[in-house]
Design a protein around this ligand. Sequence first.
Ligand code: GUN
Length: 283
Amino acid sequence: MTAQLIDGTALARAIRDEVARRLLAPPLRGIKPGLAVILVGDDAASQVYVRNKIKACHEAGLFSRFDKFDATLTEAELLARIEALNADPRVHGILVQMPLPRHIDARRVISTIAVHKDVDGFSVHSAGELASGLSGFRPCTPAGCMKLIESTGLNLRGKHAVVVGRSNTVGKPMAFLLLQADATVTICHSQTPDLGLHTRLADVLVVAVGRQDTVRADMVKRGAVVIDVGMNRNPAGKLCGDVDFAGVAKVASAITPVPGGVGPMTIAMLLVNTVQAAERSLQ
Ligand code: GUN
């Protein structure tokens, strides 16, 4: 391995420590930012993610409340719960863990969260603010990827950034954040005929498709910064990303591991957004 390992665990810890300091300083001094987390159903991965988010809140000194519902919860009941949290002044951020059971319309659920409590940044309003270059909540995973890229010391201005994946939660917001940092941005997806043709041009490569070995060493330019958003299990049951880590680490200048790269940053940025929501509520 020649690439620098980008340590998401350490960077996330530093950001969480900074969050804890912000709670003690003006304007928040004495006011605890509150995050409401809603989980519907028994998805095993979601239960782990939610537990980690709530634990991070407590460790940083935030207030959190957790609603866990059976998968039989109706959409109307969920919307009513969100409306109640919208009106609760102790709650500054609301997160509904995805995916939701199929009988619930996720888009309608996200639209019901008050714009000023949308700490996931998933609403059409937040997406529009990002696309327009306005201040607003940035989705936590791409915001965390930007911090990881920044931590390498790379200046994105004029660089070619390639994003693989076009989801509303990672790929698209990632592309807008890179564009805002003055990178030239290419978005690739499942219908891109020759992925390597594009990825080989990338100074910065962000991969978020959810498939092991999507990017191999021969698809990466020497010296590129590689951010792996994937979280998969290989046939042996071991966690792995979308990038062939061992191979790509020989050509990249810096690369995130899985686990210990993007994952911890998603949670850290959720805390940052919740603190920001609380600070804004005072203005
Ligand atoms: N499911 C997987 N990642 C996320 C996330 O960042 N936010 C929410 N709400 N659900 C998720």
